[in-house]
Design a protein around this ligand. Structure first.
Ligand SMILES: [Zn+2]
Length: 551
């Protein structure tokens, strides 16, 4: 009897094994190969329409190479507010929104600490490679990134690195388990630095790169247009009153006298306002790939590169400026340089690349006004006064509001308790009255955000940006074309298309060439890359795979 069981058992085992073997060999759709390297490129403040606006000015091997050989998604949007840099970088790489990942702005009012905090500041760590600027970590990001999941899947093997001119744009995309994040110390020594969160000492290749003093040589040159300014037909006149002057400069027009300003004050942050900051980061990206031997290993590596100069230049001169046009003409050359470097080092089709942006921006307020397009300035100081007058009138207290920031009102819970006011009662009162304030389109209470089911997209986006633990007690939605701090130059933060509509191109290993016009939320990037890597999604993911871009 026992023998019979054994024979039967062996037969079943054999049948199962051979069935499994025939599954792997027969199902050709079940692929096991992976890219050697994933490169995630973020162009800070790149609007979707720039791809078309500057297309005629691009060469063949930069943006055009990606557009013609990759998969282009034409209607990709950030699906939350506020559309700030830290939030964008977090959402792209985690596949989720502030309601879950917890990065609700660049800076926000911390209800527990009762002070405004910066998204990546962390006093537990110190600067590596300089004296200041490195006291950072990603601890406020409450979920994992694609790179974290890659580390989990490869049991810590393979390298994951984030680089940018901005600390938050280097740290947040790459996550908690990163081998390194490096950013430019613009307020200090003008070198690439990191935090003791990642390491105790800079690798030799970073020190060698820093010792080349490239920022110093870039800042000794003035910024002029690459081509004849007369051919810059995709932007408004350089002589206008819409742009913000660079600190220490007399005029807003080309030539920008960078060398003279740098000579007067050795301020490395000046480089951020010139296209040289992108070229510097490109050179640093190449040094990273070589120095860390990325893509040379048995395991997949991950590199995020966030170009920041486009954002600084956009803020300063506005989206329609000659400066922005020149910045993209030059970025196209940097991108071409990076792509040919990747071909040489990693090999064509051995890496997967995606290029997107963390937010867009709107035309400058005075330019909109000159065109008679409705636009508004939301004056925070005046609004705060208005709110305090309201609370004083009804509750005889000017201490009920602790903070107003990022279009959110935070209550002083102790004062509410003292006066025996229910938070929702005060919230309803402020909603009823804030709606009358200029530049405000809609208002909601925290309770609405927690329980509401909204059809209007702008409200859904606000809800996706609302984090029950962290966010305020009243949420305001500004009218379209409202700015809150840039009377000249531009800004971004809203859930309107000019801020949410971003480019997205997938390219290389595992990608099917094509164009998609369908609406895609930004949170779909992370599960798509996770699928190419054959790994689990980031743990807060709520996006879905964009199947049409996959081979
Ligand atoms: Zn940004």
């Amino acid at each position: 009897m026992k023998k019979l069981f054994f024979i039967l058992f062996s037969a079943i085992l054999f049948w199962q094994c051979s069935a499994q073997n025939s599954f792997t060999s027969a199902n050709k759709n079940f692929k096991t190969d992976k890219p050697k390297l994933v490169v995630g490129i973020i162009v800070d403040q790149m609007r979707y329409d720039y791809l078309h606006r500057f297309y005629g000015k691009f060469g063949n091997s930069g943006f055009k190479r990606l557009l013609e050989n990759g998969h282009v998604l034409e209607d990709v949007h950030l699906n939350y507010t506020p559309t700030h840099t830290a939030v964008g970088h977090s959402s792209i790489f985690t596949g989720t929104t502030p309601s879950i990942h917890g990065i609700i702005a660049n800076n926000w009012y911390d209800k527990k600490l009762k002070k405004t905090i910066y998204c990546v500041n962390d006093k537990n760590y110190h600067t590596i490679g300089g004296n200041i600027g490195g006291e950072k970590s990603p601890y406020r990001l409450q979920v994992t990134t694609i790179a974290d999941q890659l580390h989990l899947a490869q049991v810590g093997k393979g390298k994951t690195i984030g680089i940018s001119m901005k600390d938050r744009s280097a740290i947040l995309p790459i996550g908690h388990t990163a081998n390194a994040a490096y950013w430019f110390n613009s307020k200090g020594n003008g070198k690439f630095i990191t935090s003791s969160f990642y390491m105790d000492k800079l690798p030799k290749w970073v020190t060698i790169f820093n010792n080349k003093n490239l920022p110093d040589s870039y800042l000794k040159k003035d910024w002029n247009t690459l081509y004849n300014i007369k051919d810059y037909t995709e932007s408004i006149s350089d002589h206008n009153t819409f742009e913000k002057k660079l600190k220490g400069e007399k005029d807003v027009t080309f030539t920008h006298s960078i060398a003279e300003m740098y000579k007067k004050k050795k301020d490395f942050s000046l480089i951020n306002f010139t296209p040289s900051a992108n070229t510097l980061l490109l050179e640093f990206a190449k040094a990273t790939i070589t120095g860390e031997k990325l893509g040379k290993n048995k395991y997949t590596d991950f590199l995020s590169i966030s170009f920041s100069a486009t954002d600084y230049i956009g803020h300063q001169f506005g989206v329609d400026s000659k400066e922005v046009e020149d910045a993209y003409i030059r970025l196209d050359k940097d991108l071409a340089n990076l792509l040919s470097f990747l071909d040489k080092k990693i090999g064509q089709n051995k890496y997967t690349l995606f290029l997107t942006a963390d937010h867009g921006a709107l035309p400058t307020l005075p330019y909109l006004k000159s065109l008679k397009i409705p636009s508004h300035f939301f004056d925070l100081k005046d609004f705060t006064k208005y709110i305090n007058t309201l609370t004083d009138k009804k509750y005889h207290s000017k201490n009920l509001i602790e903070n107003i920031s990022n279009y959110q009102i935070f209550f002083n819970k102790d004062e509410l308790k003292r006066l025996k006011i229910k938070p929702n009662k005060l919230a309803n009162y402020l909603v009823e009255n804030s709606i009358n304030y200029k530049g405000i389109s809609k208002c909601f209470t925290a309770k609405d955000m927690q329980t509401g089911n909204f059809n209007e997209q702008i409200v859904k986006y606000t809800q996706n940006g609302y984090n029950q633990k962290i966010s305020g007690d009243v949420l305001l939605i500004p009218q379209p074309n409202t700015v809150s701090y840039m009377k000249k130059g531009t800004e971004h933060s809203t859930g309107y298309s000019y801020d949410t509509h971003i480019p997205l191109i997938f390219y290389g290993f595992g990608i099917k060439k094509g164009v998609t016009k369908k609406f895609i939320p930004v949170i779909d990037i992370a599960p798509t890359i996770s699928n190419i890597l054959k790994i689990e999604n980031p743990n807060g993911n709520k996006g879905t795979i964009i199947t049409r871009v996959l081979k």
